[in-house]
Design a protein around this ligand. Structure first.
Ligand SMILES: NC(=O)c1ccc[n+]([C@@H]2O[C@H](COP(=O)([O-])OP(=O)(O)OC[C@H]3O[C@@H](n4cnc5c(N)ncnc54)[C@H](O)[C@@H]3O)[C@@H](O)[C@H]2O)c1
Length: 464
């Protein structure tokens, strides 16, 4: 079966980059990315490709090449579904904020809405691909909805979880470690659908790197991968606290441990804590699934990864307060970085939000600089926590586009995102403009201690 038209529902951090790369690599396939968010679609269609809504190194060039050739962005979801042979569902699956499973389970209402819309619109057979990260066995629910509310057409459901990391999305998509495709391996129709998706990826990914499994293994593998990655960060962060008490240095420990080929060096960098839209919600979802099967020990085991991460963020903020003579009330604290990691404008679950919130509760004045995050986003993130009024957030938090102004007359600086440009700042100039003693807290192990101490900073870095 040859796919000619693809529709992707959801033009976010996954749908946008993934489809841009498919369109670039498969010029004979028309790819239409749809979203109910009009502003987001308008930004994807902005004449100036530098204004697309998602910042990822290399992405705007790909969009410039493929857009309006065989890559389209639209709000007309029905039309795109109708035309497509293959429909990717790439909508958000946040943690539930209400009802049963509140604070743990994945909220699948956007997924269900997509399924109902596909069922209503589709007049011929479709392959539906789960691109969103979903609880294991969601494909069963999708199939139920499609078969029971549809127009009598046939559906094949595939699971094709996305393993890209924000900040390196384009490279991850171009050179994936593997592509995972789960489908109904017991029927000829299932095999044919799997093959159709394999053929798309085979345009640029070698056959050995395309894994095919049953649907449930594929769904569960994505949650497992995120849980394992987050667990490594929490494990090294747990060691960072012990390093601070014992005179060991977490970077040295992580290097020594990571050179063991059985362990490997990636995801062993200690920090103020992991953020991003995925790790926390996917682990909570895993915990919820385990609990719902009565597997309390399994649930508790994975939950500890989240507890450790929350502890790390609080511990870092508390260290700032304690070091500044046990009070930051009325003191200006400069935050360098707001994105959850470098090279992305995504701020979901960023450690910076929680550090800022903690310091605001201690009555600090916060000034923020981030090269890619907008002022509106920073206020929206703080407002979302609901800790204080929107008015108060705007009175007590200032966002500036100049790192030197942010640090001017500050009592302390906290580095919260590992943007490369922070290493290149004129730290002598920063030091001069600060109040003394000038405290510098490195939450990312980004800066060189020796040169900062020589300048005169009181320097603290996680894990040493
Ligand atoms: N962000 C990542 O790094 C990452 C990596 C791998 C997997 N994932 C998973 O991919 C999924 C999407 O994540 P994201 O970061 O792209 O989310 P996102 O919030 O950036 O994008 C989702 C988009 O879906 C749109 N949408 C929601 N319901 C819709 C509907 N009914 N019709 C049309 N559009 C609709 C929203 O408006 C939004 O623009 C999630 O399940 C996530 O867990 C994310």
């Amino acid at each position: 079966m040859k796919i000619r038209n693809i529709c992707c529902i959801g033009a976010g951090y996954v749908g946008g980059p993934t489809m841009a790369v498919i369109a670039q690599k498969c010029p004979e396939i028309n790819v239409t990315v749809v979203d109910i968010n009009k502003e987001r679609i308008a930004a994807w269609n902005d004449k100036n490709v530098e204004n697309i809504p998602i910042y990822e190194p290399g992405l705007s060039d790909i969009v410039a090449e493929a857009r309006d050739r065989n890559l389209f962005f639209s709000t007309d979801v029905d039309q795109a579904i109708d035309k497509a042979d293959m429909i990717f569902i790439s909508v958000n699956t946040p943690t539930k904020t209400y009802g049963i499973g509140k604070g743990m389970a994945a909220d699948l209402k956007f997924i269900e809405l997509c399924a109902r819309q596909i069922a209503r619109v589709a007049k011929d057979d479709k392959i539906v691909v789960e691109k969103s990260t979903l609880p294991v066995r969601t494909a069963q629910a999708l199939k139920n909805i499609l078969d029971n509310t549809g127009n009598g057409v046939n559906y094949q459901i595939l699971s094709n979880p996305e393993f890209l990391a924000e900040g390196t999305a384009v490279d991850d998509l171009m050179n994936p470690d593997r592509v995972l495709i789960g489908g109904d391996i017991d029927t000829a129709e299932g095999e044919e659908a799997i093959q159709a998706l394999v053929d798309i990826y085979a345009h640029w990914v070698s056959k050995e790197q395309i894994l095919t499994t049953n649907v449930w293994s594929s769904e569960l593998s994505k949650l497992t991968a995120n849980a394992f990655l987050a667990q490594r960060v929490s494990s090294i962060n747990a060691m960072s606290e012990l390093c601070e008490k014992t005179g060991a240095d977490v970077n040295e420990v992580s290097r020594a441990v990571g050179m063991d080929s059985r362990i490997g060096s990636k995801f062993l960098k200690s920090s103020v804590g992991f953020g991003g839209s995925c790790f926390q919600k996917d682990i909570l979802n895993l915990v919820y699934i385990a609990k719902s099967f009565g597997l309390d020990e399994v649930a508790d085991y994975w939950h500890q990864v989240i507890i450790m991460n929350d502890h790390q963020k609080k511990r870092f903020a508390a260290k700032i307060v304690q070091t500044l003579f046990n009070t930051v009330s009325g003191k200006k604290i400069a935050l360098l970085g707001w994105a959850f990691k470098k090279d992305t404008n995504d701020t979901r679950e960023s450690a910076a939000i929680y550090v800022a919130d903690y310091l605001l509760n201690e009555q600090a004045e916060i000034v923020v600089y981030d090269p890619k995050v907008t002022e509106e986003q920073i206020y929206a993130d703080l407002d979302y926590l609901g800790t204080r009024s929107e008015k108060e957030n705007r009175e007590r938090v200032t966002v500036l586009k100049d790192p030197y102004k942010v640090c001017d007359k500050a009592h302390a600086i906290a580095v919260l995102t590992e943007w490369d440009e922070f290493m290149e700042l004129d730290w002598q100039k920063v030091y001069k403009a600060m109040l003394k003693p000038a405290f510098l807290f490195d939450g990312r192990r980004l800066l060189d201690r020796k040169t900062k101490e020589e300048i005169g900073f009181e320097f603290y870095a996680i894990g040493s």
